[in-house]
Design a protein around this ligand. Structure first.
Ligand code: SF4
Ligand code: SF4
Length: 348
């Protein structure tokens, strides 16, 4: 598979990377088989996280005996020294490796979190020490918020930035990707299919393949998915006029309802996690129902039923989304789905 240089890490990696979220849904044997197939197809970059439950352990099993030449990336959501230290040790253990190639601060999407990560003697110093000790080779960051991402790139402490990028959410193309290039920070694409909102892999990946030197992480649940994407990478990358039209149509369809997860709408007076609830259509596709209806996700959607319709959030949303209307719609869909799911369960 075609390789690219990942910014100042100087790592040469496959242009497609494996994203470790969906394998949590599989049984262990199937999960290991999916990762192995990706490796067989030439994927050399694997991304996971402390927060992805079984993902690290399953990747660890799949790469046993073939670690050499692979670039392993994982991350921690902790903003405290002790938390990052604990997560890093756990990742080494679960992946069953002596070092991690890229250690990332996970989901740093507001200014306060970035300040916490960068504080003198804060979490970054733990990872820098681990790098001195050879336990980590490179340090990166992931974010959903463009201004925080730009600041992280410019501050000089991170070698990679991971950010959502696809033809629907394309704001990174304007400034963030050029800025990353200027600072020689490796750009890693998350959400190439916009969290499941884009259902046409061909146009989604053809768009991304127009940008040289960026790494695209794709979450894989089934072997045919990676086979299809690899064949897109190997085929003609020219976007046809018909494909351009398809992109435009999809952008228009999603445009007025698509949440960019920037969180400018916060703080909500009722502490509703607006951007998380906005992901509901994508969560339905990605999460198994038992997870969706009985986990923190479900609780967050249920909390949105308490929206008082004050409208403060809508005044702050730069995309002018009808937040109140969308929240009400997703809460209704959630409640209907949950009722159906519970009805289908065998009675105890
Ligand atoms: S309209 Fe609802 S979601 Fe928006 S700030 Fe008010 S309570 Fe929160
Ligand atoms: S609702 Fe608007 S402001 Fe809030 S996260 Fe989504 S796009 Fe950003």
């Amino acid at each position: 598979m075609e390789k690219i240089r990942l910014g100042k890490t100087n790592l040469f990696i496959s242009r497609l990377g494996f994203g470790g979220i969906p394998i949590q849904r599989l049984n262990e044997d199937d999960a290991v088989a999916v990762v192995k197939r990706c490796l067989d197809l030439g994927v050399t970059f694997l991304d996971t996280a402390n927060a992805y439950t079984t993902s690290e352990e399953r990747i660890g099993k799949a790469i046993a005996g073939r670690r050499e030449g692979l670039v392993l990336a994982t991350k921690s959501t902790s903003r405290k020294r002790e938390g990052v230290e604990k997560h890093l040790n756990l990742s080494l253990q679960r992946l069953n490796v002596k070092y991690i190639d890229l250690y990332q601060f996970h989901g740093v999407s507001d200014r306060a979190s970035l300040d916490m990560v960068l504080a003198p003697d804060g979490p970054i110093s733990v990872v820098e020490k681990a790098r001195d000790d050879g336990l980590v080779k490179h340090i990166g960051i992931t974010s959903h918020q463009i201004d925080v991402a730009k600041e992280a790139v410019a501050c000089g402490r991170f070698e990679t930035i991971m950010f959502p990028f696809n033809f629907v959410t394309a704001e990174a193309a304007d400034e963030l990707i050029p800025l990353a290039k200027k600072h020689d920070v490796g750009f890693i694409v998350m959400k190439p299919l916009s969290g499941g909102m884009i259902d046409n892999a061909k146009i989604a990946f053809k768009y991304l393949f127009q940008f040289p030197d960026i790494l695209t992480i794709v979450g894989i649940e089934k072997i045919p998915e990676i086979e299809e994407i690899v064949s897109i990478l190997e085929g003609s990358k020219t976007i046809t006029p018909a494909e351009k039209k398809q992109m435009q149509k999809l952008k228009e369809e999603l445009g007025t309802r698509f949440c960019h997860r920037c969180d400018y709408c916060q703080p909500c007076t009722e502490s509703i996690a607006i951007s998380t609830v906005m992901m509901y259509p994508s969560l339905v596709r990605r999460l198994p129902p038992e997870h969706l209806f009985s986990s923190l996700w479900g609780q967050l959607v249920e909390k949105a039923a308490g929206c008082t319709e004050c409208g403060d959030c809508e005044e702050r949303c730069p995309y002018h989304l009808p937040i109140r209307e969308l929240l009400a719609e997703y809460v209704k869909l959630y409640q209907e789905g949950k009722r159906k799911y519970e009805k289908a369960q065998p009675s105890a």
